[in-house]
Structures are given as structure tokens and as C-alpha cells.
Design a protein. Sequence first.
Length: 193
Amino acid sequence: MQIVHFPHPALRFKSTPIIRIDNELRQIVREMFDLMYAAEGIGLAANQVGLPWRLFILNLTADPNEKEEEHVFINPEIIERKGTIEAEEGCLSLPKLYHPVRRSQEVVIEAYDLTGAGFEMTVDDLASRAVQHELDHLDGVLFIDRLSEFARREVASQVNDFETAFRQQQQTGIIPADTELEQQLRELVQRQS
Ligand code: ZN
């Protein structure tokens, strides 16, 4: 398992609901936390590790010792939004690219945890931003998609560099072609249905 970078097709995949929470899934979540901490991130969506399922994790402290700050969101949905606020955002799939993004200030999110229990959480500030960013991932949406036309031009050359690097890795065979990656994603969808 590894964190995939833009423009990996997993990042454009509309993820499918999880219907089975088992030991395999718990192991996957553990590995996702390890990868997230290694990359010094605060959130990670399943499709960022090439898994097209509706699941993301958060630990806003980014500290692996703060286990009680670890949150797992399975089949999450935002059911309420209040206000808007703009602040800088980044993404482990677009490393070192940062730009302010306008988001809802406060959201109420519903999800299931790893025991299969449903929960509801009201979050604001960083938690609200992280939840919206990660939930976007599950719909194949990246934070750069949320930028204004003008802002998108500002980051265009950095985005282009990611594209070039990814295509080069495909040409040299380090990363499979898009068609093969898309086939892998479709097979993984079958495993949760
Ligand atoms: Zn991200």
C-alpha cells in the first residue's frame, strides 16, 4: 500500500459504499494510519491509497502517539453545513502544493466507525475543513477543483509538474497504464459488493 499522487485514476474514482467491516478492513485502516503519519498528514481517504471505498481517516494532531485522536469515517455523509471560511489547504496526493480554499465553516457529519456503530459529529475549524476535503476525495474531487479560475491558473504549473512526473513513471513502467489501474479499481469495487 502506498499513497498515490495526482493524476492517478483512483483520485478521480467515485468510491463505492463499504458493506463489510471485517479484520481485513481493520488491517487496511491501520496501514492507512501508518502511511498518513509517515507523510505527516492529518487525513487520508481510501482512494488515496488506491482503494475505491467510502472510507477516510483523520488525526488532526498528526501524532501517532495520540491514539484517542484517531477517527475512522465509513460511508460518511455531511448532513448539515453552516457559514463559509477560507483557509490554506494541502493534500498528500499533491505534496507541497498549498492554496486557500473556501469551505463550510461548520458541518455535521454522519458515518460508521470500525465496530460498525453509527455516529454523528459536529465539527468546525480544521476538523470541518479536513472532513470536507476527505469526503470530496471519495467523490473523486480534489481541492484544486475547488479553486477559482484565477487561483487555478496560479497553481497550473505545479499541477502540470505532477502530471508530467506521473506520465514519466508510467512510460518507464514504474506505474501501470491508466487502463490497467482502472481495471484494478473495478476489481476492488467488486470485493465490497
Ligand atoms: Zn487530499
